[in-house]
Design a binder for this molecule. Structure first.
Ligand SMILES: [Zn+2]
Ligand SMILES: [Zn+2]
Length: 122
């Protein structure tokens, strides 16, 4: 009986395991997830740290998982544009269309975030 040889793909890198984890924890409170971002300090922190920033009248926004969605959208846009660069016909119209779409979405989300944050502070 011959067992036969099978190719072992154990050395292969699985792209699904390479993806980075978007959940981050606070430097000061390692058990708390970061949920806010300070525009003045350009840092992220948890709901316990937020008072420190608001007392100093810093501009703080709430981080939403939708920001990751937006990042994905921008990546898709870049891929779409690169495809066209490959065929040596850079489609400016398509590029502008995609850029507008992303920008609109981005503005909508930032608006929503700032509104919901103001509600929390009131
Ligand atoms: Zn914290
Ligand atoms: Zn701050």
């Amino acid at each position: 009986m011959n067992a036969g040889q099978r190719e072992n793909s154990a050395g292969e890198i699985d792209p699904t395991t390479v993806s980075t984890n978007p959940i981050r924890f606070c430097d000061i409170h390692p058990s708390k997830k970061v949920k806010f971002y300070c525009k003045n300090d350009r840092s992220m922190f948890c709901s316990k740290c937020i008072l420190k920033h608001t007392e100093m009248k810093h501009e703080v926004i709430q981080i939403s998982p939708k920001i990751d969605e937006m990042k994905k959208m921008i990546e898709e846009m870049v891929i779409e544009v690169e495809k066209h660069e490959d065929s040596l016909t850079v489609n400016e119209e398509l590029y502008n269309k995609l850029e507008m779409k992303v920008r609109k979405k981005f503005n909508e989300e930032v608006d929503k975030l700032e509104k919901s944050f103001r509600r929390i502070m009131d």
